[in-house]
Design a protein around this ligand. Structure first.
Ligand code: T1G
Length: 709
């Protein structure tokens, strides 16, 4: 059919169908694609020459990326969304009941509705290529697999394994999907077509794949009978409640859809699944999560400068400073970017320790069976180090992660420039020192930039990229592109004290200190902010960051911005007392053998306060949140981030601002500037000018404008 997303040809009794959405970067299932599917199935069923069917994608890197997200966000009622899901289910029921064998030959990403389609097929072959990733990421968009995924996956691989995937919205590499039983065969890309065709031909001849029940006796006890399953569901529900704190309805709904289907049968399960899908699709939470998906997708294409010159290719990375940050950067760069990494520090013992830590990052993947031994050995071999600058002569990019001191950093810069090629980029992983200052020591300041990683590097997804006043545009695009290759989300920020993250986090931390002083209990502060949606509360975060580090940042910010950033007196005694947080084994909390314990009540005496429940929870939340929103608005006005989108994505990825609230600026929009300004004014009357509403918010309140139109 002309214009159809599906094309097919018949050879030797098998119809080879190719899905390829013209003009789109990925295959996705929209209403019109669904119609194409139905028309094709109809024709294939009628055609006597066709005895079996094999589906492939015409795209190089995607099989099918799922349902068309833009289509379902356009829906305004739950009933419409329910209908959309039910139509998808009907189409896949048609596939599942198709009278001739159908197989999917999967290469590239196979997600959401794409995997649901593959699950409805009668046989699945996947390539063992790293691009082949399978999963049901729907809950990450605040919805659930709504085209039968909640029904077919548990029937195929067992309830436990299915819940593990669905409730976290996980994506699995093909090898793991094969081990789980999601795909029947794993092959080299070169033979995907032949193997898939051979399988359906065999099926047309009467052969049926035999899928063994996974999990042995334990599997049967838990997955294979209703009693065991009820235990599995109960445990999973508890865990979901604990992880989502009731802020994310999708995982619970997905659990319900799976459970309903396992108890009442496929038909009833499908019905419940589409009802729940309908309800979720129009929730505010889902809208926010989808906005974040599109914001991060846009960011992926953004090189950080208008008309960005193409980035230079980084083949060799050199790092100065083999400490916690340097080794984390080294391990992450090898793991994700697969580049040669040379690690340098002042003495060999430190280098050895750093290399071991970098290697741990790679080992971790092997342990979790996310890579082969061969791949592991290849990556480990890319790491090397020394106490001299040997190897720096071939580096395309050098990242320094040495002690946070201007003199030391400038010294390192000079040494590095004397041993690296002309074109090499020098990036500083500073959190507080202006890049322009560091670049003053440089003979080629246009090659100097900031790359601010967050700790622990392998786990924290954000990277602040900071051009100095003289940094060349190509150096910016190179830093952004390489950060992305490292698996990070780079956001370009202005060279200004605290950049973006510390700028908005510091007032929040200081306010937590003020509240402590006012008699709020440590664990209450943390609990309230976790309930509000942060992964950890402010006091736990301080313990994680380290109080010495936080104190240093707070001091820099105070110097730069004055009274508004006055550090909370509550924190002053902590560093003096050696309470540096987790790394010192003591902070606000106790730590034993690396595990966080209870609040250390001795801290109250140190601060000179006694928790008395004096401040109401609503006021605690209000003060902590508004002080941050106010500073975020002001910093955006100062041009610290280029757009509300960048600011929100960075806050979510940088310190876990609750994704379902969309970010600080989106949240300010939701509250509305008049309300935020009014509340800030009342707080300012009671507690002083640190709450005075910034100009940006005041202007919005008077004009009725917002950050996002
Ligand atoms: N719908 C609409 N647009 C999509 C899309 C989708 N599912 N997937 C990708 N795009 C667009 C994306 O916005 C961008 O557009 C372009 O494709 C390239 O993407 C019933 C309800 C597949 C791993 O959540 O994770 O199925 O900006 O830059 O880095 O149960 O995109 O170029 O115009 O990200 O190579 C579930 C979402 C849907 C997968 C490719 N599926 N996509 O990454 O390219 S819900 C997902 C991704 C569902 C059913 C339910 C990634 C990718 P533009 P990109 P990439």
């Amino acid at each position: 059919m002309p214009g159809s997303a599906l094309a097919w040809e018949v050879a030797d009794g098998v119809a080879l169908v190719t899905i390829d959405l013209k003009g789109e970067p990925v295959n996705k299932i929209s209403r019109s694609v669904k119609d194409d599917f139905l028309a094709t199935l109809e024709a294939l069923e009628r055609d006597r020459a066709v005895q079996a069917v094999a589906f492939f994608s015409g795209k190089p890197d995607t099989f099918i990326a799922g349902a068309d997200i833009e289509e379902f966000v356009a829906l305004t009622t739950a009933a419409e969304a329910e209908r959309l899901s039910a139509e998808g289910q009907e189409m896949l029921e048609r596939v599942a009941r198709f009278p001739k064998p159908i197989a999917a030959g999967i290469h590239g990403t196979c997600l959401g509705g794409g995997l649901e389609f593959a699950l409805a097929c009668h046989y699945r072959v996947a390539t063992d290529h790293p691009k082949t990733q399978l999963g049901l990421p729907e809950v990450q968009l605040g919805i659930l697999p709504g085209a039968g995924g909640c029904q077919r996956l548990p029937r195929l691989i067992g309830v436990r394994a299915a819940l593990d995937l669905i409730l976290a919205g996980k994506t699995e590499p093909a090898q793991r999907a094969f081990r789980l039983g999601i795909v029947d065969e794993l092959v080299h890309p070169a033979i995907l077509r032949d193997v898939t065709l051979a399988a359906v031909k065999r099926m047309a001849g009467g052969w049926r794949p035999r899928r063994k029940r996974l999990g042995g006796v334990a599997g049967w006890l838990l997955d294979g009978n209703p009693l065991g399953r009820s235990v599995v569901f109960r445990t999973a529900r508890k865990q979901v409640l604990k992880q989502t704190g009731g802020n994310y309805p999708a995982p619970l709904a997905a659990l319900e859809a799976v459970e309903h289907g396992m108890k009442r049968g496929l038909g009833e399960g499908l019905k419940r699944e589409s009802q729940l899908f309908g309800q979720l699709a129009v929730t505010d939470v889902s809208r926010k999560l989808v906005q974040i998906f599109f914001a991060t997708t846009q960011l992926k294409k953004d090189l950080g400068v208008p008309n960005a010159p193409p980035p230079c290719e980084v083949r060799r990375l050199a790092i100065v400073g083999a400490g916690f940050m340097g080794s984390g950067i080294a391990g992450t760069a090898v793991l994700h970017a697969g580049v040669d990494v040379r690690l340098k520090d002042a003495d060999l013992a430190r280098v050895a320790k750093g290399l071991a830590a970098a290697r741990d990052v790679i080992d971790e993947r092997l342990k979790r069976r996310r890579m082969t031994k061969y791949e592991h050995a290849r990556l480990v071999a890319l790491l090397s180090g020394g106490d001299r600058y040997a190897g720096f002569g071939r580096a395309d990019l050098v990242i320094e992660a040495v002690f946070e001191d201007l003199g030391v950093k400038q010294q390192v810069l000079r040494e590095v420039e004397s041993v690296t090629p002309e074109g090499a980029v020098f990036a500083s992983n500073t959190s507080t020192i202006p890049i322009a200052k560091i670049a003053e020591a440089s003979a080629r300041p246009e090659q100097v930039i900031g790359m601010h990683f967050f700790s622990p590097v392998p786990r924290m997804p954000l990277l602040e990229v900071i051009p100095g006043a003289r940094t060349a545009p190509q150096v910016i695009s190179t830093a952004v592109a390489f950060g992305r290759r490292m698996g990070k989300t780079p956001v370009v920020v202005k060279d200004n004290p605290g950049f973006w993250i510390n700028r908005i986090l510091t007032p929040y931390m200081n306010e937590a200190g003020q509240l402590l002083q006012a008699g709020v209990a440590i664990d209450e502060l943390d609990r309230l902010m976790v309930e509000w949606g942060f992964p950890v509360g402010p006091i736990t975060l301080l313990d994680e960051v380290g109080l010495d580090v936080a104190e240093k940042v707070a001091g820099v910010m105070h110097d730069a911005f004055g009274e508004r950033f006055a550090p909370a007196p509550a924190f002053a005694g902590m560093v003096k007392d050696g309470r540096l947080g987790r790394k010192a084994g003591k902070g606000f909390y106790r730590y034993a053998r690396g595990k966080k314990g209870a609040v250390d009540s001795a801290v109250y005496q140190l601060i000179g306060t006694e928790p008395d429940g004096g401040v109401r929870p609503a006021e605690i939340i209000q003060r902590l949140v508004l002080v941050m929103l106010n500073e975020a608005a002001r910093a955006l006005g100062d041009g610290i981030v280029r757009s509300p989108r960048d600011g929100d994505v960075a806050a979510i990825f940088g310190f876990g601002f609750p994704p379902f609230r969309g970010g600080p600026l989106r949240h300010a929009d939701d509250l509305g500037a008049p309300r935020v300004v009014g509340e800030l004014e009342r707080l300012a009357e009671r507690f002083g000018t640190r709450f005075a509403p910034c100009e940006v918010l005041q202007a919005q309140a008077s004009r009725g404008s917002k950050f996002y139109s």
